[in-house]
Design a protein around this ligand. Structure first.
Ligand SMILES: [Zn+2]
Length: 463
């Protein structure tokens, strides 16, 4: 054996000894969590407390920011945290935008040789302007994209624009399809208004082929006139597109009584259990308490709220004392303003505490799939090494990615994570009247609570 080969051999052996030592040390270090993780999963599945809390929350009804119901839900959540014996519970004041749908929401084909008085399945977009009692009547013009709208330019003046961009069923991750189309809902009506359109009808952001319209926020800008805008169910979107081919001169009447009111007083709900060893180190587990007004928002994001609340409850009930403080933050106003997230950001900046990590649950309460991690690569590798423990709750992967709309506002923490459940059915329910308690499977939701709890414990004690 040459000198070089001897050196190489000794380097390889030293490497193997060192890595096996580190690996062995990590193995035994994490061994103690195996039993705890299994127990967390079993307790969540057997007791289903989070699901039970979700049933209670859903009975309050929809929780749109600024509404009376949203305040009822906020006080209910505070009371729940107090009854569960969290160490501190408080409300953090937040001023929120307040939009009301009102009673009237009617869109019909008002002039046509073939389709006169045909009613269309629509729902006003959150933040939309309303109309007067007579409504707006105008000719309809269909576009498939912003590009088509731009090409038409002034030709849309005085007309109602129908943005009929299909939510793709061809992406493996429906969140990708949402990303491809959400811009047209958020800024579409403003773009139409720029060219002089009088109202906008947007194809609902779902691939689930029913006729239930899906609402969601639409934007505002000081310099652009806001026009009435609605989402239309898929079946009626296709009907309307065909009707326009047969009768390009058809006119539509839109009546909406929705309006934007002045900002309202609201709150983030915060509860925590103090860390046994590092009480000033904070792990945030967050979700948003507001929902759209068309259903109780069981998946979006009632279940997320109850999962992060159950995380603290599980640790407490099982007598597990995390080293760092675990703080549950139920943010208000994620759907149409992120004011809750910004208020918490200010609070975190001003506080003497150290935010170490944050997890958000806002992607539905289906079977657990993974965690997206927003961190540096060393931290990511460390978190990835916990996968065997997370697998006990059904988690398949941990990978780099965006965390969530609310926790992304927390600055200077080591890691921000987004809990991801199976996303295939999420947009069947999202922002629609379909998002009710019976859309949530108790076992799937509870496995998510368990996954979040195991991850939270590891972030608290091992990061
Ligand atoms: Zn949400």
């Amino acid at each position: 054996m040459s000198i070089e080969m001897k050196i190489l051999k000794s380097i390889v052996i030293s490497f193997l000894i060192i890595t096996s030592f580190i690996y062995g040390q990590d193995e035994s270090r994490y061994d103690k969590y195996k039993g705890i993780a299994e127990e967390i999963v079993k307790t969540a599945l057997l007791e289903k407390k989070g699901y039970n809390y979700l049933e209670q929350l859903c009975k309050i009804g929809p929780r749109l920011s600024g509404s009376e119901n949203s305040l009822k839900a906020i006080y209910w959540a505070k009371d729940k945290m107090e009854k569960l014996g969290f160490d501190s519970v408080w409300l953090q004041p937040v001023m929120v935008p307040y939009w009301v749908r009102g009673e009237v929401e009617k869109v019909i084909i008002s002039k046509s040789k073939y389709f006169i008085n045909r009613k269309l399945a629509v729902t006003a977009l959150g933040g939309s302007a309303g109309t007067d009692k007579k409504g707006i009547t105008a000719q309809l013009i269909e576009v498939g994209s912003f590009k088509e709208l731009k090409n038409l330019g002034d030709k849309v003046k005085g007309k109602i624009v129908f943005i009929n961009h299909q939510f793709s069923d061809g992406n493996i991750d429906p969140f990708r399809s949402y990303g491809e189309t959400a811009g047209e809902r958020i800024t579409g009506p403003l773009e139409c208004s720029k060219y002089g359109a009088v109202a906008a009808i947007i194809r609902s952001l779902t691939a689930d082929y029913d006729n239930v319209p899906h609402t969601g926020v639409t934007g505002k800008a000081d310099s652009i006139k806001q026009i009435p805008s609605v989402a239309i169910g898929l079946k009626d979107a296709d009907f309307l597109s065909e009707a326009l081919i047969k009768d390009p001169q058809l006119k539509v009447n839109i009546k909406l009584s929705c309006k934007n009111k002045s900002d309202a007083q609201s709150f983030n709900v915060i509860g925590e259990i103090k860390g046994a060893e590092k009480p000033n180190d904070i792990i945030v587990v967050g979700a948003h308490i507001d929902s759209w007004d068309v259903a109780c928002g069981a998946h979006d994001d009632g279940a997320g709220c109850m999962q992060v609340l159950e995380c603290l409850d599980l640790l407490k009930r099982m007598g597990i004392k995390p080293e760092r403080t675990i703080r549950c933050v139920l943010y208000i106003n994620e759907e149409n303003g992120s004011r809750g997230a910004r208020e918490y950001e200010k609070f975190a900046e001003a506080s003497h505490e150290k935010h170490i990590a944050a997890i958000e649950s806002d992607r539905g309460a289906f079977t657990p799939r993974g965690f997206y991690v927003d961190s540096d690569s060393l931290t990511l590798e460390k978190i990835k090494s916990w996968l065997p423990l997370l697998e006990k709750s059904g988690i398949d992967w941990i990978k780099k990615g965006g965390s969530g709309a609310d926790v992304s506002y927390i600055n200077n923490c080591l890691a921000k994570l987004g809990y991801a459940s199976d996303s295939q059915k999420y947009f069947n329910y999202h922002h629609s009247a379909n998002d009710t308690i019976d859309a949530v499977n108790p076992r799937e939701m509870e496995l998510g609570s368990a996954a979040i709890t195991i991850m939270t414990l590891l972030l608290s004690n091992e990061l």
